[in-house]
Design a protein around this ligand. Structure first.
Ligand code: DGJ
Length: 734
């Protein structure tokens, strides 16, 4: 049967998903075992001759029911594996039945091809604007013994090198089953040497998304979070690459897990050097009881293929996340330049101080003021009031509304900070509802930043918080919200769940957070929402579905930011990455950098300030004014242009990246030299993405260059003097 973009060949028993850039081939092997044949560069045709070879290997037993010794699930690349039929590699799913057995053997049962992309209820996801943008294949597998079905869902975007995948389990037995593990994706490769390295984004608070590239070795490699959030420590993204893959050449597969809770990316290189990749909800502290006739839907994985290195992979992901994951009124809107009072005042502010900052911001052309932590309950430090989302009476003379009105009268927008998933023991909410806190009864829960988690899996808890937030938003005119989350999950136990269901608590918590946010963004569509989790602890594709931008890190040091922004750009678009100029010595590192350097690095993201503007000298104010004016000019290019990484801060002293407008008429290049040295070598940077036949004029020097010249001959890095120097090159087509 011939369908656009997805073909089923009856003769070769293969499904072929294809567009002009990619192909994905699945074969229904003998006895209905689902064999993964190919994912990579587009092929128009598959004759059926090249199949997976067979060989009798010791201790790799046969496919159940088939005596062919050379046919084993232990080596066959598969689409989805399970425990219990002699595949000893990591399984994609483990399902336990009432009789205690976890033995299953899933075989091909049926399939469906649909135009468009089915919606995943209650989960973040990539979407389509029109049915004709994508086609979806659902392959149904059934256990040989039990009425348990797996729906493997594959959506191919017609015009993008992107496939999304997810899985649902349907229990049609007449008893409960327990999912002990349920991956969203399995991708098995033969040992063709294509993918022998993996790039991940590990880090820590203040040091998020550092690029780590390592060999894929024999045995198991795990990239995971067990903190209940996607985490600062290991981002929910990996890329598979070849050791020859560079920014501009070689194969790369980027994988985003579209989820904000515990995740696991597991790699296993097997006995014959084949690679298995599993991506899904971490099975750590997870299980899910599925009653008869119930089903479970996993979050989805986005796969992006590039045959032109990492920049092309990133560009594919930037476009998809910006155009088909982010939603809402602000998706394509230029984001306002803001000043946030956090590093300016911390908790110590009053109306006078805020108004002074706002006055200064207005004079400098800044477009929004954000009131951060400390405006609610009786919060003067981080040990009280979370959960009390009513204003701190008396802290602001005319109240929150007074400040909002003041800001608006000055011509700025007004933003406000919330941390809705948390509760302080010192709060009215805790006095009234101590049971809302996530904890096992009678066990003292672990405290972190003197705060605890609300059990967002419970409806009444979500409703309480939602009502409080709505009361504020209905009364005060608010243009932007920063949604923070300042600790990892612990004491994961829910009073709403029976003892057999406690393994569901952390996933239900995330689903609850998603539901609460969905309600709020639907009710207040005009508000610009920004995600945050002590900086970048929840910078993931899942959260981007609800909020188009996120605070990538609490580290505002310009030099450290080079690495964080560079690493983040591997997987996330620039429009999602906020970046602020803060005071020196920097509050996180103590480093002193010039206002120019801080400005240049922050202008490479969604720009803002986070310092006490009233403390700037007249000379500094002039620089700020220039930065604001300049950013307003380049903002569309920065936030929505093509972004390219040129020189990596992880590999040397020189960082370079650039932004090119979609029509190639304008480009901005940032070059940053970290440490000075005597007798420096002369460096050059090779630009990219320009129109090779066009003539470009550099906006400051007024020198003219041709596109091919800038890309092939390159440009000289200036003879910087001193540490932490940066410069912009701004090119416009003449
Ligand atoms: C952590 C955030 O990342 C900071 O920007 C700030 O909002 C603080 N929380 C406030 O408590």
């Amino acid at each position: 049967m011939e369908q656009n973009f997805i073909t089923l060949s009856e003769t070769t028993q293969t499904f072929h998903l294809h567009n002009n850039e990619i192909s994905y081939i699945i074969k229904i092997e003998e006895d209905g075992v689902l064999n993964h044949l190919y994912f990579g560069k587009a092929m128009k045709h598959y004759s059926g001759h090249k199949t997976y070879p067979r060989r009798d290997r010791g201790f790799s037993g046969n496919v159940p029911g088939n005596l062919e010794r050379a046919y084993s699930k232990d080596t066959l690349p598969q689409e989805y594996s399970t425990h219990g039929s002699m595949d000893y590699r990591l399984p994609a799913t483990i399902i336990r039945r009432e009789n205690g057995s976890n033995l299953h053997d899933f075989r091909y049962f049926d399939y469906q091809i649909k135009t468009g992309k089915p919606k995943l209820e209650g989960l973040p996801q990539a979407y389509v604007m029109a049915e004709k943008e994508a086609t979806t294949l659902i392959v149904v597998l059934k256990d040989r013994l039990q009425e348990i079905y797996l729906n493997l869902t594959y959506t191919i975007y017609h015009e993008r090198p992107i496939i999304t995948r997810s899985v649902s389990v349907v229990n049609q037995t007449d008893e409960s089953i327990t999912l002990e593990k349920i991956a969203s994706l399995q991708l098995d490769f033969r040992n063709d040497g294509h993918y022998d390295e993996v790039i991940s984004l590990p880090g820590a608070h203040l040091k998020e998304r550092q690029i780590s590239r390592e060999k894929i070795h024999g045995g198991i490699q795990n990239f995971e979070s067990r903190r209940g959030a996607s985490s600062h420590h290991m981002n929910s993204f990996i890329a598979l690459v070849n050791h020859n893959t560079t920014e501009f050449s070689g194969p790369a597969i980027g994988m985003h897990f579209v989820y904000s809770g515990n995740h696991a990316f597991q790699l296993e290189k097997d006995q014959i050097e084949q690679l298995r990749v599993l991506v899904g909800i971490n099975d750590y502290n997870f299980s899910w009881l599925l009653a008869a006739n119930e089903s479970f839907q996993t979050p989805e994985v986005i796969l992006a293929y590039s045959d032109q290195g990492l920049n092309k992979m990133s560009s594919t992901l930037h476009h998809l996340l910006r155009e088909r994951v982010a939603r809402g009124e602000h998706q394509y809107k230029e984001r306002p330049i803001l000043v946030n009072n956090w590093e300016a005042t911390y908790f110590d502010f009053d109306s006078k101080k805020i108004e002074e900052i706002v006055d200064e911001a207005a004079a400098l052309g800044i477009e929004m003021f954000v009131l951060d932590d400390g405006w609610f309950g009786h919060r003067d430090s981080d040990n009280s009031s979370l959960g009390d989302w009513f204003e701190y009476e008396g802290k602001l003379k005319e109240g929150l509304k007074g400040i909002a009105d003041y800001v608006h009268k000055k011509g700025l927008q007004f933003g406000l900070w919330f941390e809705p998933e948390m509760i302080s023991l010192d709060s009215k909410l805790y006095q009234k509802h101590p049971d809302y806190l996530m904890q096992e009864p009678n066990r003292t829960p672990s405290s972190s930043r003197d705060q605890h988690l609300l059990d967002m899996g419970r409806k009444e808890v979500r409703q309480n918080i939602e009502q409080q937030i709505c009361a504020i938003l209905d009364e005060v005119e608010i243009d932007y919200i920063k949604w923070d989350m300042n600790r990892s999950l612990s004491d994961v136990y829910s009073l709403a769940l029976s003892e057999r269901r406690q393994g569901e608590a952390s996933h239900r918590h995330i689903l609850g957070v998603y539901e609460l946010i969905e309600n709020l963004i639907t009710r207040y569509p005009k508000i610009l929402w920004e995600g945050c989790s002590g900086g970048g602890g929840r910078f993931d594709a899942g959260f981007l579905y609800y909020m188009p931008q996120s605070w990538p890190t609490d580290n505002t040091d310009a030099v450290e930011r080079l690495k964080i922004q560079y690493g983040t750009s591997l997987a996330y678009p620039i429009s999602s990455m906020t970046a602020h100029v803060s005071a020196v010595p920097n509050h996180q590192t103590g480093r002193i950098t010039s206002l120019k350097t801080r400005g240049d690095v922050a202008m490479s993201g969604v720009f803002g300030y986070e310092l006490d503007l009233t403390e700037l000298s007249e000379e500094e104010k002039l620089i700020v004014k220039e930065q604001v004016d300049y950013y307003q000019k380049i903002r569309p290019l920065i936030q929505f242009g093509e972004f390219y990484r040129l020189n990596s801060p992880f590999e040397g002293n020189l960082t370079a990246w650039m932004f090119v407008s979609c029509d190639q008429a304008e480009a901005v290049v940032l070059m940053a030299r970290t440490l000075a040295n005597a007798q420096p070598v002369f460096h050059e940077v090779f630009l990219t993405g320009l129109d090779k036949n066009a003539c470009y004029e550099e906006q400051i020097t007024k020198q003219r260059y041709f596109g091919d010249e800038l890309m092939n001959l390159g440009v000289n890095v200036p003879d910087f003097y001193g540490d932490f120097q940066t410069t912009f090159i701004h090119l416009k087509k003449v």
